[in-house]
Design a protein. Structure first.
Length: 197
């Protein structure tokens, strides 16, 4: 008896495509420490961050075509079995998993970076930026008390960031990636869901 080909599950597709998105996140993250020394790296980091949902949309579209492609009933048979069309809930489930696996992959790199390579470099760069902002006289600011309150708030945020352990930083970034991924997943799923005929 010949074995029928199995359609991979949505989770398997999400893991595969999530690895692609995760590698994109890793490449983008490598620009972040460089952005403190190079303005071009900073601009490139921002542009790649803004393009991440577009890549997720393209990966979801590719998943939809791959998932809905007919598969043969038997190895040498000409007859094909149709897969179930993807509705909104299935595409949304895939997209959420896509962002989860990508965030998980980049979280491993975040942990390695903050544990072995950072040594407080990012926190010091933030602190230097804040010191420059405080020492620079900014023309056109009429409400200096409000500006000082904002600077104090930023300093408190930077101090909290500097006090975090590598594991805490990794969890914070993982949570941020998941949060923004969940927000982006909704419009991506709406655009990629199969409309009922």
């Amino acid at each position: 008896m010949e074995k029928m080909p199995q359609q991979p599950s949505i989770a398997q597709y999400a893991m595969n495509y999530g690895a692609v998105l995760g590698l994109y996140y890793i490449g983008k993250f490598m620009l972040f420490p460089l952005s403190f020394k190079s303005g071009f790296a900073g601009i490139l980091f921002v542009v790649l961050t803004l393009l991440a949902p577009l890549l997720a949309y393209r990966l979801t579209k590719r998943f939809r075509f791959a998932y809905e492609a007919p598969i043969p009933k038997q190895e040498n048979a000409e007859s094909l079995t149709e897969n179930i069309p993807l509705n909104f809930s299935r595409v949304w489930s895939f997209t959420l998993q896509l962002f989860f696996y990508a965030s998980l992959l980049v979280a491993a790199i975040h942990y390695i970076y903050f544990t072995f390579f950072d040594n407080g470099t990012i926190a010091m760069a933030f602190n230097d930026s804040l010191t420059q902002m405080q020492s620079t006289t900014i023309e056109g600011i009429t409400d200096k008390a409000s500006w000082q309150t904002q600077l104090d708030s930023m300093k408190q945020t930077f101090d909290t960031f500097a006090a975090m352990s590598p594991a805490q930083l990794t969890l914070q970034l993982f949570g941020n990636n998941l949060f923004w991924g969940c927000i982006a997943a909704l419009p991506i799923a709406v655009l990629n869901a199969r409309r009922p005929s």
